[in-house]
Design a protein around this ligand. Structure first.
Ligand code: ZN
Length: 270
């Protein structure tokens, strides 16, 4: 598969990854530093080829591989892409972003270069040589309920009427449970207890791992928006099922947490 910056080569009205094989001229002339080994995919060794972003000729050659091929960024495409391909694109995008943000050693400032099939960035200074590994930023996302209602918030930049679960980054030295309690209190003024882990979702925009929780608030807790939200409020199941809020996309962990709360009997059956 081929990337130009964080955009990736895809094709089709129902987008799918365009793979080029080892005989493609772009692959034949690639150096080790242009390639990232992603592993085995559909019984073939899968590598990511990174094109120079400024090289329009290389991009044109890549697009020529397929009638409808084009470079697009994953985020707007994610809801339309097959889940397995989306996972591969997310992996590749995360590695590209990490490499691009670690072009210099954080210790001595010398340039760093990709090594070990692209999974280590190594300082080129002979006296330093520090190795840097891919990083992810943990973030919590939580469905808070008081038993009868769910606590959702909205940012000012979102489309009117859209609400989502409360989320935020984990701070250094903090447990996940503490992060849940702090974020909910800061963003909504609500105190929660009994944070329980539910599931997770990689979120390579740019480098997060979303850790999904459910938490309980005291009945009658009053919500007020903190500095990061335009509004925070409680919704009953009836309100949400009647469309009182525009919910996040079906592929998001936020929606998964909301749906589980809305329809606990369905979640149990799955
Ligand atoms: Zn160094």
């Amino acid at each position: 598969m081929v990337a130009r910056g964080t955009a990736q080569l895809i094709a089709g009205a129902q987008p799918s990854i365009v793979f080029v094989d080892a005989t493609h001229p772009l692959v034949r002339r690639a150096t080790d530093q242009d390639l990232v080994l992603l592993g085995w995919y559909r019984d073939a060794q899968c590598l990511l080829l990174q094109l120079d972003e400024a090289d329009d000729a290389a991009a044109a050659l890549a697009v020529a591989a397929n009638d409808d091929a084009r470079f697009e960024d994953l985020r707007p495409l994610a809801p339309q892409i097959d889940a397995t391909e989306a996972g591969l694109l997310a992996y590749a995008r995360a590695i590209v972003h990490w490499q691009r943000r670690h072009r210099h050693c954080g210790i001595c400032g010398a340039p760093s270069v990709p090594t070990r099939a692209g999974h280590v960035m190594c300082c080129t200074s002979s006296t330093c040589g520090t190795e840097f590994f891919p990083r992810i930023d943990p973030a919590i996302i939580v469905l808070v309920s008081d038993g009868e209602r769910a606590l959702l918030g909205r940012q000012a930049s979102w489309a009117p009427g859209r609400y989502s679960t409360i989320a935020g980054f984990v701070e250094p030295g903090e447990s996940l449970e503490d992060a849940v309690a702090r974020e909910v209190l800061e963003e909504t003024g609500v105190s929660v207890a009994h944070a329980r882990y539910h599931s997770s979702q990689p979120w390579p925009f740019p480098a997060s791992l979303m850790l999904g929780f459910e938490a309980t608030a005291a009945p009658g807790s009053i919500a007020r928006a903190g500095s990061e939200l335009e509004d925070a409020r409680w919704f009953t199941r009836e309100e949400l099922l009647a469309g009182a809020a525009i919910l996040p996309p079906a592929t998001s962990i936020s929606r998964r947490l909301i749906e589980r709360w809305l329809r606990p009997q369905d979640a149990t059956r799955r």
